[in-house]
Design a protein around this ligand. Structure first.
Ligand SMILES: [Zn+2]
Length: 161
């Protein structure tokens, strides 16, 4: 296994996020299976939240489907997306959660999608995670951003080039 996968596994074990993933896997009575790159797959997740086919906690990918389904070549992009979330957990540790929810809130408020303007989903790959590549900003966000831009450089002021 490449060193970065080993490092990721060690970091997510030490920062407690894989432990949290295993607790959720046990509490929701999923079956743990071996994935790729040292990631575990908890298959048969049944709770309604979150409403995704897969989500990742530390080095554990929880899925409503089976491990075979996720490890199928056709789902290589989706596995890669979830694996990048595991790498984010290695860097952020438990800070992943507040960062993720803040990013979801920002993305939802500005576009109506949890993922499109969520920097953690963008980094993991929007297309690979099944998100649209981009969405138009909601009207308030367009107004807000243009107000910020015009405050930086008042209209009519000479450019400071
Ligand atoms: Zn994602």
């Amino acid at each position: 296994m490449p060193a970065r996968h080993v490092t990721r596994g060690i970091l997510t074990a030490l920062n407690g996020t894989t432990g949290a993933g295993l607790l959720i896997a046990l509490a929701t009575r999923t079956r743990l299976r071996r994935g790729r790159h040292g990631v575990l797959i908890a298959e048969g997740y049944r709770l309604p939240v979150p409403p995704a086919s897969c989500f990742t906690v530390g080095s554990v990918i929880l899925t409503r489907r089976s491990a075979e389904w996720l490890l199928d070549d056709e789902r290589a992009a989706l596995f890669g997306h979830e694996h990048r979330h595991a790498e984010q957990y290695a860097v952020l540790g438990p800070l992943f959660w507040p960062a993720y929810w803040a990013a979801c809130g920002w993305s939802y408020a500005t576009t109506g999608s949890w993922g499109v303007r969520n920097f953690l989903e963008k980094h993991a790959g929007l297309k690979d995670g099944g998100y649209p590549a981009d969405l138009p900003l909601r009207p308030w966000a367009v107004r807000g951003l243009s107000a910020i831009r015009s405050r930086r450089r008042p209209p009519g002021s000479p450019s400071r080039g």
